[in-house]
Design a protein around this ligand. Structure first.
Ligand code: DGI
Ligand code: FE
Ligand code: FE
Length: 195
C-alpha cells in the first residue's frame, strides 16, 4: 500500500500547483488521523485524501470538456460554477488515470465538495479533513469544528455545512442542491445516527 501511495503521490504532484499539493498532503494526513480516531480504514483514508483534489487544477473550460468526453452529467449550477466539477471528475480520473478500483474511495472523492445525505464514515472523513487540514486558512468556528471532528463527527458536519451555506449566501454564489440537502440531513439527524 505504501508503495502504491508513493507512486500516486509522484504522479499527482505534477498535476497540482504547489499550494494545492501542500493542501493535498494536509488532507491526506488529517484524514488518516480521523480514520484512526473513528476506527475507519487508514489506508482508504490516505488514498482518498491524496486523490480528492486530483482534478482541481484543470482549467474550468477543460473540466466541462472532459465531463462531456467522459459522459459525466453537468448540472446548471455546475455549469455556472465549474469548479464544483472537480469532485466528480476527480473520482473518474482516480479510477481511469490512477487506477484506483476501491469503490468506497472513489465515492469519498466524488462527494468531497458538496457532501451528501447519509455519508459513509470514509465520506465524512474526507469531507471534514478537506475543511480542517492544518493549512486551511482561518474559517469561522474553526477551533470548535476541529475539536468536533474528533469528538462528534455528525455535529461537526452540521456546523461545517451551516458555515459553508452562510459563506455561499453572503457571497451570493449559486448553491448546489446537494449541499442544501446535505445540510438539512445533518441538521435533523445529527447525533441520532452511527455508522
Ligand atoms: O477543493 P477545495 O478548495 O480543497 O475544497 P472543496 O472541494 O470543498 O471546494 C471548496 C469550495 O466549494 C468552497 O469555497 C465552498 C464551495 N462549495 C461547496 N458547496 C457549494 C460550493 N460552491 C457553490 N457555488 N455551491 C455549493 O453548493
Ligand atoms: Fe476539493
Ligand atoms: Fe481539497
Amino acid at each position: 500500500m505504501e508503495q502504491k501511495i508513493s507512486k500516486i503521490n509522484k504522479k499527482l504532484q505534477k498535476k497540482l500547483d504547489k499550494e494545492r499539493y501542500e493542501h493535498t498532503i494536509g488532507v491526506m494526513y488529517t484524514a488518516s488521523a480521523l480514520a484512526m480516531c473513528h476506527n475507519a480504514n487508514v489506508e482508504q483514508a490516505l488514498l482518498a485524501g491524496l486523490l480528492h483534489d486530483c482534478a482541481k487544477c484543470i482549467p474550468n473550460d477543460k473540466k466541462i470538456k472532459l465531463c462531456r468526453k467522459y459522459r459525466l452529467e453537468v448540472s446548471d449550477v455546475e455549469r455556472s460554477n465549474p469548479s464544483l466539477l472537480h469532485a466528480k471528475l476527480g473520482a473518474y480520473l482516480a479510477r481511469k488515470k490512477y487506477h484506483v478500483e476501491d469503490y468506497e474511495v472513489l465515492c469519498a472523492i466524488k462527494s468531497h465538495t458538496t457532501g451528501k445525505p447519509a455519508m459513509t464514515l470514509l465520506e465524512k472523513i474526507i469531507y471534514i479533513a478537506d475543511y480542517i487540514e492544518p493549512g486551511r486558512g482561518e474559517l469561522p468556528n474553526m477551533p470548535e469544528v476541529r475539536r468536533l471532528a474528533f469528538h462528534n463527527i455528525d455535529e461537526c458536519l452540521y456546523r461545517m455545512l451551516e458555515d459553508t451555506l452562510k459563506y455561499l449566501k453572503n457571497r451570493k454564489l449559486p448553491i448546489d442542491e446537494m449541499t442544501e440537502k446535505t445540510y438539512h440531513y445533518y441538521k435533523t439527524t445529527q447525533g441520532e445516527q452511527e455508522d
